[in-house]
Ligand binder design. Structure first.
Ligand code: GLC
Length: 739
């Protein structure tokens, strides 16, 4: 009797265990099992297929006939399709005209906003404000979900240390820790606490992995890094995204250790599934399975599909490789039915979690779309985010803020009147016509009274310098000149690497000639990557880095220029003096021959400094801060370490302001060499003029941990320096010894 009860409980238990997933209830899991039992192999492969619609193009190929594919159950996901009504019609085909009525999932690159566009992610990272980063993603999700979307291909969490790479604009810059906290904020913002909330979307951690390490900053180029670098630098933000609950991962185009990510079992199964326990599904990047043929790791599409499926890819974006080959490969035992079932189950779980089986049209409500997109509060949030993204790089003689009583202001450069360029790359359904240009923002701030003169100066690219004389003449008559310079938004983003990161065209010459007039010159930069500003830095009285600040960018720039708000941004990526220094980042190794100008035989250049022009973490504001001497106490037991650090920060200026108090460590001796600095914590501190605050940090053994010589993760006893300050050169230091 007891034995049979025990067996029954065991069976039930196994069944319940089998049915567990973070995304579904046991009942939903059973419904998935029942549904899959009805599905043909072709219908299962359909769920593993993602096609683009023809509303937007984000890659090298488009497809005709995707409506027919939906109708025949041969595609389970569509991207680049949006609006509530357009997607409703495609959803209707899938739900009402296919044999099993499985709803589609709709994805889109809602990276920094859907219609209300926020600063590019690199600019948002410059705010170091994780609270606003999460709120910005929440708003983006609200708008996307109201426009018939369920899934965003974001956040991009690739650490990027090479300014030549166009996609530095899309992430959080060069630092692992800043990348991790931004990844968590963005995932939480997009997904909220429950994917069933109809104003959330499932996020996608991309591009897995190490896409930012492309050789020479050339997009799609080879990635050749050690397992140690992979795991210590490029993987942590992905793991943080996973720990934050991200529902999908996207494979990268590049190879890692000789194997393209879309066929890389070590990445997709050993690490992602087995080590990290990922629950969700893995989608490839655009035709990246097909691209394993030119990579030279497979000879044909059938082999590519087999490699990808067996490596752990669940969904094929746009390649139609699974679509054309997977049924046969299962029939020929090249890919197991179990592997297909795993993939399909993960995909159906996410569709259930989104509520699509409860109501497949819940994201297709025209009133929701009307009421929740491009609203006044969303635009206000975008303006606030843009303000926080701006980084003041130079401000001699307190050139900024300008007084609103200024009588004559010259505004120069085609970027000053560009609305499109406020958007930056990956701007989803953002529209230039909705954007406030820099000139418009300035004119709005000054009102009708001021005399604001606009001149085109020189084009962003090209050799035409004919506009310089007129710009110089205007500058001579003005009380100040604002030159809006930088790159067109198309000069960064995907497939937009550059070998020359100086200001393009004749912009530098224009700035130098304007400086010669003696009128104060303020350079406002619109750009998607660090630029080498060495040839203009001495000819600008003030330099304000504005990235691509989004829909309300012009107003945000005016808010800062005229002092309604003080700038508080800090660089999330190093600005080199020249492209020849790349790769250059703050947390480099000391080497065995660190720079010593007195010794020829030390690590340096003959023709350039080792130092960047502007370091990671740098940014000025309209007041000044002083830092006291940090104090640290160590509490250590057999299995825990807590280092309590405190420092007094004082606003020594005449205006209120925000300081980003940054804490870096240096592990002086390790079983492998350690960087000279590592950011481990920061706090945004708002202080009134003259106000002092004691800022406190607490570090644990985890903060001191790294991949040791034997590739185990952990802390090693020894001496550590702790630096606290307002950029990565922080000099205020306290040393501790961990037993
Ligand atoms: C692109 C990008 C990827 C994007 C995808 C879909 O090639 O690499 O980031 O999400 O295709 O648009």
């Amino acid at each position: 009797m007891y034995k049979s009860i025990l067996i029954l409980l065991l069976v039930l238990g196994i069944h319940t265990l089998e049915a567990q997933s973070r995304w579904t209830t046991a009942a939903e899991e059973k419904a998935i099992t029942d549904l899959m039992a009805q599905m043909t192999l072709a219908e299962k492969v359909g769920q593993m297929t993602l096609f683009t619609s023809d509303w937007d193009q984000t890659g090298p190929t488009l497809r005709e006939g995707y409506r027919e594919d939906i109708k025949t159950g041969k595609v389970g996901a569509i991207f680049n399709a949006h609006t509530a009504d357009y997607n409703r019609e495609l959803q209707r085909i899938s739900v009402e005209e296919t044999r099993l009525g499985i709803p589609l999932i709709f994805g889109y690159d809602v990276v920094h906003g859907y219609r209300t566009i926020f600063p590019i992610p690199l600019g948002e990272a410059a705010s170091w404000n994780v609270v606003s980063a999460q709120e910005n993603a929440r708003i983006a999700a609200r708008e996307a979900a109201s426009a018939g979307l369920h899934w965003t291909f974001a956040p991009m969490v690739d650490v990027a240390r090479d300014a030549r790479w166009g996609r530095v604009m899309e992430g959080a810059g060069e630092d692992v820790y800043l990348g991790q906290v931004m990844a968590r904020a963005r995932v939480k913002g997009f997904q909220g606490d429950d994917l069933a909330d109809p104003f959330t979307v499932v996020a996608c951690a991309k591009h897995f992995a190490a896409y930012g390490a492309a050789q020479a900053g050339r997009d799609y180029h080879t990635v050749d890094i050690s397992e140690r670098s992979l795991r210590e630098i490029y993987l942590p933000p992905f793991k943080t995204a996973l720990d934050a609950g991200v529902g999908t991962f996207m494979t990268s185009f590049n190879e890692v250790d000789g194997v393209p990510a879309s066929g890389n079992h070590h990445l997709l199964t050993d690490i992602l599934r087995n080590e990290w326990g990922f629950e969700g599904f893995v989608v490839t990047d655009y035709t990246s399975i097909n691209e394993m043929i030119p990579h030279g790791i497979v000879a044909n599409e059938a082999e590519a599909g087999e490699l990808a499926a067996n490596a752990g890819v669940d969904m094929d974006m746009q390649g139609a490789i699974y679509y054309n080959n997977l049924v046969d490969q299962v029939a020929n035992d090249l890919v197991s039915l179990e592997r297909v079932d795993e993939a399909v189950r993960e995909i159906l779980r996410i569709k259930y979690a989104l509520g699509l089986f409860d109501d497949p049209y819940r994201y297709n409500d025209l009133e929701r779309q009307r009421d929740n997109i491009f609203t006044a509060d969303h635009i206000a949030a975008a303006r606030a985010a843009a303000r926080e993204s701006l980084v003041l790089l130079k401000n001699d003689q307190q050139t900024l803020p300008l007084a609103k009583t200024i009588k004559k202001l010259a505004v120069i450069g085609p970027l000053a009147i560009s609305q499109e360029d406020m958007l930056g790359a990956w701007h989803a359904d953002g529209r230039g016509a909705n954007c406030v240009s820099v000139l418009s923002g300035i004119q709005e701030a000054l009102g009708k009274g001021a005399a604001v003169t606009y001149l085109p100066g020189v084009p962003v690219v090209g050799d035409d310098a004919t506009g310089i004389p007129a710009a110089v003449a205007a500058a001579k008559l003005a009380d100040a000149v604002i030159v809006v310079a930088g790159e067109n938004w198309t000069m960064s983003g995907e497939a937009a690497s550059r070998t020359d990161i100086n200001l393009p065209g004749r912009q530098a010459e224009l700035i130098r000639q304007l400086h010669a007039t003696g009128t104060p010159v303020i350079v406002v930069l619109l750009n998607g990557r660090p630029l080498a500003l060495t040839d203009i830095v001495d000819y600008a009285d003030a330099i304000l880095e504005a990235w691509y600040p989004g829909t309300a960018g012009g107003q945000a720039i005016a808010d800062i220029v005229f002092g309604d708000y003080a700038p508080a941004g800090k660089l999330p990526i190093t600005f080199p003096r020249s492209v020849g220094q790349i790769p250059i980042y703050y947390n480099m190794k000391n080497t065995g021959r660190p720079l010593d100008f007195a010794n020829k035989y030390t690590s340096k250049y003959l023709d350039e400094s080792n130092d960047p022009l502007f370091p990671f973490g740098f940014g000025l504001t309209y007041t000044t801060f002083s830092f006291g001497t940090p104090e640290a106490t160590v509490e250590q037991s057999r299995d825990s370490v807590t280092i309590s650090v405190s420092i007094d920060v004082t606003n020594t200026g005449k205006r209120a302001g925000r300081e980003v108090v940054q804490l870096y460590i240096r592990d002086l001796v390790g079983s492998v060499t350690r960087p000279v600095r590592e950011l481990k914590a920061f706090q945004l501190v708002d202080l009134a003029a003259g106000e002092r605050q004691t800022v406190q940090f607490s570090l644990t053994a985890e903060d001191l941990s790294f991949l040791r010589r034997d590739m185990s993760w952990g802390m090693e006893p020894g001496a550590f320096d702790i630096f606290i300050g307002n950029d990565s050169r922080a000099t205020q230091r306290v040393s501790v010894v961990i037993e």
